[in-house]
Write a protein that binds this ligand. Sequence first.
Ligand code: SF4
Ligand code: SF4
Length: 77
Amino acid sequence: MKKINHIHISIDKKLCKGVDGCGLCIHVCPKEVYKIADSLTDKGIKPPEPVNIDQCSGCMLCMMYCPDFSIVVEVEK
Ligand code: SF4
Ligand code: SF4
């Protein structure tokens, strides 16, 4: 099995339309990495928060499915 050393997930909160109106990233993630943010951004949305990054497999599904290109997953091998 390939070992993944380091994963970095960044969310562009200005691009995200909010989990309430979208939430695709949370639905497609097989590892339950994301939760909904507790507070609203300046734009009035609740973006996803990657809280279980240690569970992330680096599959990139969240990045590929996000319709607003808000997510970047970087995997250092
Ligand atoms: S890369 Fe895959 S496992 Fe990691 S947060 Fe995105 S969907 Fe979940
Ligand atoms: S899929 Fe993209 S736009 Fe939709 S809630 Fe997730 S980060 Fe935001």
